[in-house]
Design a protein around this ligand. Sequence first.
Ligand code: SAH
Length: 544
Amino acid sequence: MLKKNDLVQLKITSTTAEGSGVGHTSDGMAVFVPMSATGDELSVKILKVKKTYAFGKLEEILTPSPARIEPDCPNFSKCGGCVWRHVSYSEECRIKEQKVRDAVERIGGINTEIKPIIACERTDRYRNKAQLPVGRDRNGKVQIGFYSFHSHRIVDCADCALQPEQFGEVIRITREFIDRYGVSVYDESTGKGRLRHLYLRCAEITGELMVCYVVNGNGLKNEDILIKNLREALPNLKTVVFNSNREKTNVILGSKNRVAYGEGVIEDELCGKRFCISPFSFWQVNRSQAEKLYTKALEYANLSGRENLLDLYCGTGTIGLTMADGCKTLTGVEIIPDAVCDAEKNAERNGVKNARFICADAPAAAEQLRQEGVSPDVVILDPPRKGCGEELVGTVAKMNPDRVVYVSCDPATLARDLKYFAERGYVTREVTPCDMFPRTAHVETVVLLSRKMPDDKIEVDLSLDELDITSAESKATYQEIKDYVLKEYGFKVSTLYISQVKRKCGIIERENYNHSHKENPHSSQCPKDKENAIRAALEHFGMI
Ligand code: SAH
C-alpha cells in the first residue's frame, strides 16, 4: 500500500492539461506529479494518498523526457502563472490540442477532426496587461508580483517573462517610491493600508502605456513625484489613473477612476480597427493572437455582405466590429454597461454605422430578440468560462441561423454546449484550438456550427416498423400549414416556400407533388422570418 512520504520510481505516461504528469505505481495507482513531462522517469515523493490516486512531488529526474527543456524563469512553479515552462512549445501545443479533443469527444460526444492549434509566434512578452498585488513580507520588505498557486501569498517578481519589459520598469520605480516615501501598502487581513494593486496596460501597435494604481482611498501622498518619475523613465507613458477601491474584496478594481495624467485611456488596433481602452474595458491580453483568432472566426462566419449578425457576449464589441464591414447589420449584447458604452464609442470612431449594442443578459436578450422576430443569419458566441448553457443554446437554435461561430475559453463548457447544439440539429463542422496564452494552462477554441442538412451523412439504427418515411410528410397538408402560420404569425406563406423549407428539413416530397416547373434557380427564396414560421408549424404538427 502506498503511503505518505514513500519514495517511488515512476514513468510519466501522460499529462493533464493543468500541468501535471501522470504515472502509475506497480500496483496500478495513478500518481499526479506537477512539473513533470510525458516520457520522464522520476523519483517521486508521495505527498497525499486517495482511494484510487495519489499526489507526489518530483524529487529527482532519472531520465528526462525528450520534450523537457530548462525552465528559464526563477519564479516558475512558485507564482500561479505558467505551468509549461519545462517542456518544449511543440509539446505544449500537443497537450492543448489533446485537451480540446478529449473534451469534445468525451463531454460533447462529438467525433470530429480537431484542426491543428493556431500557435503563437511569441511565447514570451505577449501579454499587454498585468494586475500586480502590492504587499509586504514578514520582514516588512515590499512585495510586488503575483499570488502563488491557490493562495494570496505574493511572490515578488521584478520582471515577468510573459509581460513587456517596461512593466518591470514601472515596478522598479513604484517600489523605489514606496520605500522612499514610506507609502503604506494594503493588508488583506486587516483591510488597512493604502496601495493595493498596480494595474498596467500597454498597446502593442501604438506603444501607449497606461499605469493605474488601485488605492484604498483616493490617491497617494506625493503622487506628483511618482508621476514625474514615471514620465522621465517611460516616454511612451500616456496616462496615469488612480482607481479607488475601499472594499474588503478580492475584486481588483473599484468603481471610481481619477485621471491624474493624460486622458485616462490608451488606443490600440485590432484587425485594422482602432479601439479605445480604459482600465475598465475588456481588451484581449494577447493582441496579435486575438487577430488570428478573429480572422478564423471571420472565415467561419463566411460573410457575403447580406447577413444580419448577432454578437452575444460582445464585450467592447471587438469581434462584431471587425466583421461589421462584411455584413448588413450587427447587434451586440453585453451585460456590463461600461463595455457597451465603449462598444458604441468604438463603432463611432471606426465609422461603423450598421451596429447597435444592447446592455443585457445574453440568454434573456436572445429570447427577447427571438420573440420580436429577429432572425440572424450568423450568431457569434464568446461567453465567459461558464459557457452559454442550455437555455441560450435552445434560443439560438430556434432563431435558426445558418451558422454559429462559438469562441470559447473553456473546452469543457464548450463541449457541453456543442452537445446541446447537436440535440437541436446543429452540427459541429470544424474545431480549431488557438493558443492565446503560451506557457499557461489556458487554451481558447473557435468552432463552426451549422444546421444539419438533409444530405448530411448520419448513422441510423432503425427497426423496420419505425421506418415510416411518409408519415412525416402526410401529417399536415399544405393548407393546414398555411392556416397555422396565418393564425400564429399573421402572414401568408406560399406552397413554394413550404416545399423549400420541407426540403431543407429533409422531409421527402411526395412523388405527385410537381414542383419542378415552379422551383427553378430563379424562383424566389423563402425569407428567413417565413422560414422560421414554417419550421414552427412543422414542429407543431410533429413533422420535424
Ligand atoms: N467578445 C468579446 C468579449 C468576450 S469576454 C471580445 O472578444 O473582446 C466575455 C464577455 O461576456 C465579457 O465582456 C463579459 O462582461 C460578458 N458577459 C458575462 N456574462 C454575461 C451575460 N450573462 N450576458 C451578457 N454578457 C455577459
